[in-house]
Design a protein around this ligand. Structure first.
Ligand code: CAO
Length: 423
């Protein structure tokens, strides 16, 4: 019996993917679970396994093709035998699939199952979406509606035809200025000299979409402060002197993640999300901190779970592992999802301050610049002290300036006197 192999809904927010490699040819006999295609989504590179054993009758795609969830990719002549194994379209997470190799989420690619984008601007990829039937997908395609921006009101959050129509209506009634931004034509640059075009990589595209979305929906403010790192540096030196090599392990980033995670417990509004449609704040009882990692493929933001409950050494170790995996493109999609706050340390490179962009749907991000020795007045004289510049960007819809400043002060005080936090 012929059997169509389609692209399953690999992850809740992914509607499209790219074929990286076709691993089988017509006439080839395949076993159940044998990889058929290598596919790249916004979040991961993975192998699509065969739903059952059989002979490949037709391959309908080639490397480089953009494919949609539900699209028929291959046809199998199923082997005679017991009942078919099916690949449940809506639960087929990156198929246990061979090491879901690499992911690619920008800082604003947290996943949220919460609400829809409040505005009609293009949403961040990996933002949100609910299951949708083929008819709903078809209508969405026809109306130019991105399903990841639609809240499903049907049973179990399914997106209905009405949901898609409502979204299309909202898009049409959006202020013209908002729509114009995306569609304004570029000038012909070649009039002024030679130019070269290069398509965005997946990571670049995801980052671009996520940043543009976050920038357009989050009214953000950046607050700057400085933490005296004397205690942290003394602690790191001491740990190093203990002979365990911890000075290298207990990085500044690990301290910042730990202190920020504890501060988030004390300031739940910064560990929340905004549901602009319902005018509600969504407070999370977990603290999962995304850490921006600079890789040769672009910016990736793996998530360190329950950072408030983990010890410093554990955080430092996990951070090292996540950064290493990010650089090797070996993070799984789940390691890129669910962040409630982000830390971005550019201090290894330099800089005195910067304005990080809030990683929607989170409401705050902490930028870390390069620590330097500065004079501090002790009442009688100046003394040299290492100071760490910190820049907190926050969503002013939920966080007021005073709260943002208090939160950042709390973080600074936590770094200045870590014992306070421990106690
Ligand atoms: N101030 C002073 N020195 C710092 C520092 C800071 N804030 N942060 C790191 N350093 C030092 C480290 O101590 C290390 O020095 P040594 O080589 O002497 O030990 C060196 O700089 C390199 O450190 P690192 O960057 O590897 O530090 P880390 O392990 O704490 O950071 C990680 C890990 C993943 C945060 C970092 O490697 C990274 O990728 N940073 C870039 C993040 C980024 O791109 N953000 C932008 C997002 S928005 O586009």
């Amino acid at each position: 019996m012929r059997r169509d192999v389609t692209l399953p809904e690999v992850s809740e927010n992914v509607a499209e993917a790219t074929v990286v490699k076709v691993l089988v040819a017509p006439g080839e006999t395949v076993k159940a679970d044998q990889p058929l295609l290598e596919v790249e989504t916004d979040k991961a590179l993975f192998e699509l396994p065969s739903p059952e054993g059989g002979v490949v009758a037709e391959v309908l795609v080639k490397a480089g093709d953009r494919i949609a969830v539900g699209q028929v990719l291959l046809r199998l002549e199923a082997a005679e035998g017991p009942a078919e194994r099916t690949l449940p379209a809506e639960t087929a997470a990156p198929p246990k699939a061979a090491a879901a190799l690499p992911p690619a989420l920008g800082p604003s690619s947290p996943s949220s199952k919460e609400g829809p984008s409040p505005d009609p601007s293009p949403p961040a990829r990996g933002a949100l979406s609910s299951p949708a039937s083929p008819a709903v997908r078809k209508l969405a395609r026809e109306l130019g509606v991105d399903l990841s921006s639609v809240r499903g009101t049907g049973p179990r959050g399914r997106i209905t035809l009405e949901d898609v129509k409502a979204r299309a209506k909202a898009l049409l009634s959006a202020p013209a200025a908002g729509r114009a931004a995306a569609s304004r034509p570029l000038p012909d640059f070649s009039r002024w000299g030679s130019v070269r075009r290069e398509p965005f990589s997946t990571v670049r595209r995801v980052t671009a979409e996520a940043m543009a979305h976050a920038w357009s929906v989050v009214p953000q403010v950046t607050q700057h402060d400085r933490a005296d790192l004397t205690s942290v540096e003394a602690f790191r030196r001491k740990a190093g002197a203990g002979g365990k090599g911890d000075a290298g392990t207990l990085t500044v980033t690990a301290f910042v993640v730990k202190v920020a995670a504890l501060a988030l417990r004390a300031f739940p509004a910064l560990n929340a999300s905004v549901d602009a449609e319902r005018m509600e704040a969504i407070f999370k009882d977990y603290v999962h901190v995304g850490v921006a990692v600079d890789t040769e493929h672009g910016l990736l933001v793996p998530v360190l779970r329950d950072a408030d409950r983990k010890g410093l050494r554990e955080i430092a170790r996990e951070l090292r592992e996540l950064a290493e995996k990010a650089r090797l493109r070996r993070l799984s999609p789940s390691e890129l999802e669910g962040g409630t706050f982000t830390v971005s340390n550019l201090g290894g490179i330099g800089g005195t301050a910067f304005s990080p962009i809030v990683s929607w749907p989170q409401v705050a991000i902490l930028g870390v610049s390069r620590a330097e020795i500065l004079p501090r007045w002790n009442g009688e004289a100046f003394e040299p002290r290492p100071f760490l510049p910190l820049s907190l960007s926050y969503d002013h819809r939920l966080v007021d300036g005073a709260l943002g400043a208090r939160f950042l002060r709390h973080v600074c005080e936590g770094l200045e006197d870590p014992w306070n936090l421990v106690l």
